[in-house]
Design a protein around this ligand. Sequence first.
Ligand code: NAI
Ligand code: MG
Length: 488
Amino acid sequence: MKNNRKSSVAKVIRPAVRQATAALPVVPAKSRRLVFGGKWDYAPAPESSSHIAILPRHDLFIDGRFVAPRSGKYFASVNPATEQKLTEIAQAGAADVDRAVRAVQEKSRELAILESMDGGKPIKESRDFDLPMVAAHFFYYAGWADKLNYALPNRRPQSLGVAGQIIPWNFPLLMAAWKIAPALACGNTVVLKPAETTSLTALRLAQILQEAELPPGVVNIVTGAGETGAALVNHPGVDKIAFTGSTEVGKQIAAATAGTRKRLTLELGGKAANIVFEDAPIDQAIEGVINGIYFNQGHVCCAGSRLLVQESIYGTVIRKLRDRLQTLRVGDPLDKNTDIGAINSRNQLDKIRELVHCGVEEGATLEQSACRLPAKGYWYPPSFLTGVTLSHRVAQEEIFGPVLSVMTFRTPQEAVERANNTPYGLSAGVWTDKGSKIFHMVNQLKAGVVWANTYNKFDPTSPFGGYKESGFGREGGLHGLLPYLQPD
Ligand code: NAI
Ligand code: MG
């Protein structure tokens, strides 16, 4: 990529330099004599500019095309060595700048809409979370591309080769960015397989990569379901597999790559505890709990799907949660007022229903929003379950839908024990007024990310990944480079 960029820059600069050189005034040889003992001289060596064609006029380049300026104005570009006018350049007015800026934003908007149409997530989220994060990840890892020697000092890092990447359907374009950006920054090539229910934005990204003149073959996108993914995992030409998805498939991939030379990173499920202490700012905590579980319909690996409330404030928290639940707007993902969109697939809806049914059978109490659900499509009302115990399936398994399991605790130690009582270890949340309590909890929670008095906050500079059955390897930050590099 770098060479390509360099050579295209050279292509632009070379003729300009030639033109400028050719236009130099030809000074009589005698007067250019250099005094090296009074004998040496340079003969004039003008570069020929006869084959350089400069168009008399240059328009603006907006949205992949050359277009005349709305301002109608052009200005002269002059050779400073001769004062000769070379060409006319379009003078972009405010309207032209606006058009160009909008052309850039247009792509982000198009991708956001496509993402919401394809995956069901509210446009508010695809527009204000997914797309800005996608751009931030590419931007962040682009910065590392020529600084890898500083990432691993004295280790002369090498790329691995071909990275096979398999991603899920909950953050389709964002997961593509998380996977592709560090792989390319480390000089690898990529074969990416999007999830079968959400392939569209990855394919649109392919077109954008084409427009950006990424050399052919550097990023390849193969669409299909589990079989296609398995074919990629088992392909002997693949040097590294990066997978985000269910723990079940993650285990299969770990087995398939065991004993081969393939490197592996897995980002799997989660059953995060969102822990609210009695000294927490309650209203903020309620917002964090709502965001933690209902963001993206709960299709979030790090969702705060288990609420652990200190017993002394249980009544207040449940009352506020119940009230807030009724204000959530469920419906058309493309409506900018929508908080909760469609469930990604019929399969996922069936899984949510089955687990909630099981929770009620096992003795939990179901509370749901009274919202009206659209007649067509896959929908599930925002819900929570109280009276959940540690042994319930809804306390142990990933529901991956807008359903919160509520439990209580009395002491910080009990909160830690309950929070860690899961095969997963991806994330956790702590809500308290006391900084010391935050540090105490953070050190004991077995989770890759712990948020304090906030939830679902992401930054490309910050590593993300799991403990235990939530997987291994980190994405984001300096740590996110390591799975794509050979240190020596
Ligand atoms: P999944 O793990 O089957 O799908 C994720 C990706 O893996 C998709 O691209 C899929 O085509 C691919 N895949 C499936 N089988 C494969 C195989 N044998 N070899 C290679 N690739 C394969 O997840 P699914 O079935 O869509 O969802 C089931 C449950 O998994 C969800 O209800 C949720 O609990 C969990 N899940 C967790 C995610 C997370 O980010 N932690 C993301 C997606 C699902
Ligand atoms: Mg599956």
